[in-house]
Unconditional design. Structure first.
Length: 180
């Protein structure tokens, strides 16, 4: 029994270290760049990112191809993705849920599920009318020339494969991501 408690305690310590890291990402959808920051200091800049086909702003529904503005965290990491790597965001946020409930986009039950997930530090439901599976990813086998010509994602932030590999050295689950 003591062994189980020690294992759980070590997992909690390890989780809190990642969650409290002061490395965070600022994604500027207008300047098309990601700044890797530690506190207020910029450590590195990844340029020429692609965003959703519908631009960036407030997402109104699944399939609108908009990259959402807001504050999120890296909720999960997909190392074996069609896009090379996928860093899933904790979208929709509590703020997204509040706005969507007020506008009648989601019902009270959906709002409650999203809020409960955030309160429990879990990934919010990804199958709501607001959509889900928003993240930062590479190109995989896609053509880099297309990536440089236009915004092509369904709401995610896309980088080249070398860029996503570089980014993966800086971040982990719990890393704060601010999209503006």
């Amino acid at each position: 029994m003591l062994r189980i408690y020690l294992l759980l305690y070590s997992c909690l310590i390890s989780f809190s270290v990642h969650a409290e890291s002061d490395v965070w990402l600022l994604i500027d959808t207008t300047a098309r760049k990601i700044e890797i920051k530690k506190g207020e200091q910029t450590l590195e800049i990844l340029k020429e990112i692609a965003i959703g086909r519908g631009g960036a702003g407030l997402k109104n529904h699944r399939g609108d191809n908009i990259t959402p503005f807001g504050d999120y965290k890296i909720g999960w990491i997909g190392e074996k993705s069609n896009f090379r790597r996928f860093f899933g965001l904790t979208y929709p946020s509590a703020n997204d849920a509040e706005k969507a409930l007020t506008k009648g986009i989601i019902d009270q039950s959906t709002y409650d599920r999203i809020m409960t997930a955030h309160q429990l530090h879990q990934i919010p439901p990804q199958n709501t009318p607001l959509g889900g599976q928003i993240g930062i990813h590479g190109l995989g086998n896609a053509d880099e020339r297309i990536h440089k010509v236009f915004d092509w994602t369904h709401g995610c932030i896309a980088l080249t494969n070398p860029q996503i590999d570089q980014l993966s050295q800086w971040i982990d689950t719990g890393t704060v991501v601010k999209i503006k």
